[in-house]
Design a protein around this ligand. Structure first.
Ligand code: FES
Length: 571
């Protein structure tokens, strides 16, 4: 007969069902003992560690070392750390695009947190889609959880220039396409863009999501921007393990941390950072897991009253390691303090307001501007609505050419990514710098799964003339490290018959950032005719299977976070 156990924690949680509780505990313990654990260790609370090291994820290269540090923190605080693998998403190693697998990773994370015996969980992620997936999963599982991120890469050198993935990847590729950089030099640069462990070195999606996790209160204060290879990153991992033990003892569940008020704080941070356009999709999906909607009109309201404060690539000139040295996210939060909801609870048990009392006040103004003298008076992102995007589209105005903000142009349409690849560099392409490039069928329900293809290349013949930016419109996304006057996430998307699908080359489109509008200037009757024609011309939809089919059937539009409909909170 097994001895009496504490059935409210650790190994006794979530028992395998054999119809006899004591037998289930006895059997589980006997198998756990096969891993060499003592009775004393097996009687402790358990902190699970969602572990995402992978040979296909360069950004998580240092995770074995971080895992050791998290475990050290858990053990020293009196609990048993047990890591478990989940899917890992290495941004550039996934086809057709990592976003397609974010929801799969979130399901993996949610179910493994729920199904395995743990009192709290540490989420160890970093590369673009991993942190949103982990936060989505943890929000749905609603067990005490704390996020620790990989941290950004360090920069490298090419001659006198600093290089950091991946804004400089695009900058040099653009120069190569324009003939300004030759084959030998682009090969040299290829080996210098990403040279350490960690996530992209600029305020791309990974760094934006790291800051959002901290702003939401889901990770420890001051940890978002610590470089991946800095010793502080390991100390942060150790401290995260210790706090996870506190969370196990005095549970604070994600639904008490991720609230409408903390989501508003996170949106303000996104806008003040001039952060990644992807982050609005991810934050919408995370909040949606707890029944919190983020209408794009809310984004615009906040954008009107949140200045851009951070001078980082791709919008500005500095890199994440400079941001860390300049005061990091704490300095930005302090600037925004009058606009933030200070009573939001965080994983430490303190409120956001209490955080400010214990922090030093250092800030380097060359990287982080004051609210009195911001870099831009309005937020980095703006949502556009109009006849081309009835449910909204996103423009990262802080990374765009303002001279293109109030403009009407002739559409030059590419019907798919294949069409774009085939024709964009055709010397006979009828195009001028005044035209608007339009890409269709690259949204979430398209076979391409909404890739980061919205950063349409400038046609080679225009690039060779020195054209650096044009208005580009699509239902795709763009990398957080990209820049340009790029209208993204057009909803509803072309693949489900949104107005974007009706645009023909030669149509006129009007962009007005001032009025938050993007309009297709076409006659209603003509559009109706095209809609009928489109339905007649529609090819048979290919039969899809497995996860691909689940994705196609369930994925929501960009303005709803591209989550699966059945994963949203039941309200
Ligand atoms: Fe992992 Fe950029 S490739 S963050």
């Amino acid at each position: 007969m097994a001895k009496k156990k504490d059935k409210t924690q650790g190994l006794a949680l979530g028992l395998t069902n054999y119809g006899d509780t004591d037998f289930s505990i006895y059997l589980r313990k006997s198998f756990a003992k096969s891993m060499g654990y003592s009775d004393e260790m097996l009687a402790k609370p358990i902190v699970g560690i969602a572990y995402t090291a992978s040979g296909f994820n360069n950004c998580h290269r240092h995770f074995p070392e971080m895992l050791d540090a998290v475990k050290r923190g858990v053990l020293a605080a009196g609990a048993l750390p047990l890591e478990f693998p989940t899917i890992s998403l290495g941004e550039v190693f996934l086809s057709p695009t990592s976003l397609k697998f974010r929801n799969l990773m979130s399901m993996d994370t949610e179910e493994m947190i729920r199904a395995q015996p743990m009192d709290a969980v540490v989420l160890l992620g970093g590369c673009d889609k991993t942190v949103p997936a982990q936060l989505m999963g943890a929000a749905s599982a609603n067990k005490p959880a704390i996020q620790i991120v990989a941290g950004p890469m360090m920069t490298s050198r090419h001659g006198e220039e600093r290089l950091g993935a991946c804004t400089d990847c695009r900058r040099f590729w653009g120069r190569y396409r324009a003939g300004e950089v030759d084959e030998r030099e682009i090969n040299e640069i290829e080996g210098r863009l990403a040279t350490t462990a960690g996530t992209c070195a600029v305020m791309g999606t990974a760094s934006t999501m790291a800051c959002i996790a901290e702003a939401l209160g889901m990770s420890l204060p001051g940890t978002a921007a610590i470089p991946a290879v800095h010793a502080d990153r390991l100390r942060a991992a150790e401290a995260t393990g210790a706090v996870a033990v506190r969370l196990a003892a005095k549970p604070i569940t994600p639904n008490r941390i991720i609230t409408r008020a903390s989501v508003e704080n996170a949106l303000r941070i996104l806008l003040a950072l001039g952060g990644s356009t992807n982050a609005i999709i991810h934050l919408t999906a995370i909040a949606g897991r707890l029944g919190i909607d983020i209408p794009l009109t809310w984004l615009n309201e906040l954008s009107d009253t949140t200045p851009v404060l951070v001078n980082l690539k791709p919008v500005g000139t500095h890199y994440m390691e400079d941001f860390f040295a300049a005061g990091g996210l704490g300095a930005v939060l302090r600037e925004l303090k009058p606009k933030l909801n200070l009573d939001c609870l965080t994983v430490t048990g303190q409120t956001l307001g209490e955080r400010f009392e214990s922090e030093p006040g250092y800030v380097d103004r060359t990287v982080i501007a004051s609210i009195a003298e911001p870099l831009e008076s309005e937020g980095g992102l703006v949502a556009l609505f109009g006849s081309l995007a009835p449910e909204g589209a996103i423009l990262k105005r802080s990374a765009a050419d303002k001279s293109l903000f109030e403009k009407e142009g002739r559409a030059v349409v590419f019907s798919s990514l294949d069409d774009l690849a085939t024709r964009i560099d055709d010397p006979d392409l009828d195009i001028s710098a005044e035209d608007f490039l339009v890409l269709q069928n690259a949204g979430p329900k398209s076979p391409s799964g909404m890739p980061e293809a919205g950063y349409l290349p400038i046609p080679k013949k225009l690039a060779a003339q020195g054209i650096k930016d044009m208005v580009r419109i699509s239902d795709a996304r763009m990398s957080g490290t990209a820049f340009g006057t790029i209208v993204l996430h057009v909803s509803p998307e072309a693949a489900i018959g949104g107005p974007l699908s009706l645009v023909h080359t030669g149509d006129r489109i009007r962009l007005s950032v001032k009025n938050r509008r993007i309009d297709l200037l076409a006659d209603d009757r003509e559009l109706e005719r095209r809609r009928d024609q489109r339905q007649k011309d529609c090819p048979d939809v290919p039969v899809r299977r497995g996860y691909d089919r689940l994705y196609a059937e369930q994925v929501l539009q960009a303005n709803e976070g591209c989550d699966f409909a059945f994963l949203k909170a039941v309200t």
